[in-house]
Design a protein around this ligand. Structure first.
Ligand code: ATP
Ligand code: MG
Length: 406
């Protein structure tokens, strides 16, 4: 293998003051104990792009058990497919992985990746060139085995190694490719793009839980609209969420505007996952209610809405994903409460507003706010419900606990 390109601080200008002090501490401690250790992956990429990394990953020559010995009770070893060490500092976690020698040439799904290797080998099993950079804080250099640095400068997304092979080995990489495209708006290099188109049906072979995690991460990324548009336009929704894909073919406006408003909102205040997921289901639910009840002049009471909200949530995620039960309960509640705020049969419009005993009520208001950002005519109703909620005589202490739970 050819030697890596090494970029000095004068060249790469990585903002070292943005590196988490805990990450520095972990790297240093591993070194003092005789191991190699570098900052790696997304954090190096994000720092070079002058963005704030979400997490700081460290790669080291120390084996998981050796890491455990150094950090003792602050370290827990996790993962089966991919064994990792989590070093805990209160709520903060620094993820440390041992250099792997993943078989970059193997033509099948990788089920385990626990063969240890050198830094060079470790880079070759990573997904994209922009994610394959090491940063060595001791001498402040960026170490590049895969020309990731120039791809980052040129804004290019390219797999490390042969694209088709890398997607077959782990189809989640295709979803990750679209995530980086949505996030950075880089160009996808030709071979990588062709492989994405050719291998898309492989996606069903990957673990639904891993893909769901990437979808959830993207929902809170402020780029969810871009991401779901890409999933749709590259036909991944046909495989992952076929019902949503069909629905978007006839009516895609509301889903994408809800996501757009959520992206805007989340750049100011955080929103719970269930509120964000509801953006994908609410327009579909509206259509179901219209077709099955409103158009047939059937009276829609909240009991019916609960039932159809349940069916719609299942339909949107079927057949690939299993939504965790607690999340599903929240989503159904959020969706149902929308028809409390804006009832289909509007006769109770000026009745005193009754706040239900529902732990998801505040989240329902958060979703209603997104609807108001699209349809400003709803603002008055939103504020009436918000006031009613805030003035409801719940002892302050309990209310605080409830809202923290949200
Ligand atoms: P994010 O900013 O969303 O966290 P990330 O690139 O840091 O993006 P992580 O899931 O935190 O993603 O993974 C850290 C690093 O591990 C990646 O940058 C990449 O080098 C490597 N990696 C993650 N997933 C894969 C995969 N499926 N195949 C190969 N390498 C991967
Ligand atoms: Mg990361």
């Amino acid at each position: 293998m050819r030697p890596p390109k090494v970029y000095s601080i004068d060249e790469h200008l990585l903002p070292i003051n943005k590196i988490d002090t805990k990450a520095y501490y972990v790297i240093e401690k591993l070194r003092v104990n005789g191991f190699l250790s570098f900052l790696v992956g997304g954090s190096v990429r994000d720092l070079l792009l002058k963005q704030v990394p979400k997490d700081f990953d460290i790669a080291t020559s120390a084996k998981p058990e050796e890491i455990k010995k150094i950090f003792k009770r602050n370290c827990i070893l996790i993962g089966k497919r991919f064994r990792l060490a989590h070093i805990r500092f209160g709520k903060k976690i620094i993820e440390v992985s041992t250099f792997r020698a993943g078989d970059a040439k193997k033509e099948e799904l990788i089920l385990q990746d626990n063969i240890y290797g050198t830094p060079e080998k470790d880079v070759l099993r990573r997904d994209f060139t922009i994610n394959g950079l090491f940063y060595d804080p001791e001498v402040q250099t960026v170490i590049d085995y895969v020309d990731g640095y120039t791809d980052l400068q040129k804004k290019i997304l390219r797999t490390i190694g042969e694209a088709k092979l890398r997607f077959i080995q782990d189809p989640v990489r295709m979803i990750r490719l679209l995530k980086f495209k949505a996030r950075f708006d880089f160009e996808i290099e030709k071979e990588t793009l062709n492989a994405l188109i050719e291998c898309k049906q492989e996606i069903v072979k990957s673990s639904p839980a891993r893909i769901l995690e990437e979808l959830f991460r993207m929902l809170v990324s402020t780029k969810s609209k871009n991401f779901f548009k890409l999933l749709d336009s590259y036909n991944f929704l046909d495989y992952l969420m076929p019902e949503l894909s069909d629905f978007l073919k006839i009516n895609n406006t509301l889903v994408f505007t809800l996501l757009e408003k959520a992206d805007l909102e989340i750049s100011k205040n955080s929103l719970p996952r269930s509120v964000l997921i509801s953006c994908l289901i609410y327009p579909y639910l509206e259509m179901q209610l219209k077709e099955e009840f409103i158009d047939k002049d059937i009276f829609v009471h909240l009991g019916i809405v609960i039932q159809i909200a349940k069916e719609s949530t299942n339909a949107i995620f079927r057949p690939f994903f299993q939504v965790p039960k607690k999340l599903k309960v929240e989503i159904i509640s959020i969706l149902t409460n929308q028809f409390r705020f804006t009832p289909i049969n509007n006769s109770k419009k000026f009745k005193r507003l009754k706040i239900p005993r529902d732990p998801c009520f505040f989240m329902s208001l958060q979703f209603f706010r997104l609807r108001c950002l699209i349809d400003t005519n709803l603002s008055n109703i939103y504020h009436r419900w918000l006031n009613a909620y805030e003035s409801k005589k719940i002892p302050k202490k309990i209310q605080k606990v409830k809202e923290n739970e949200l």
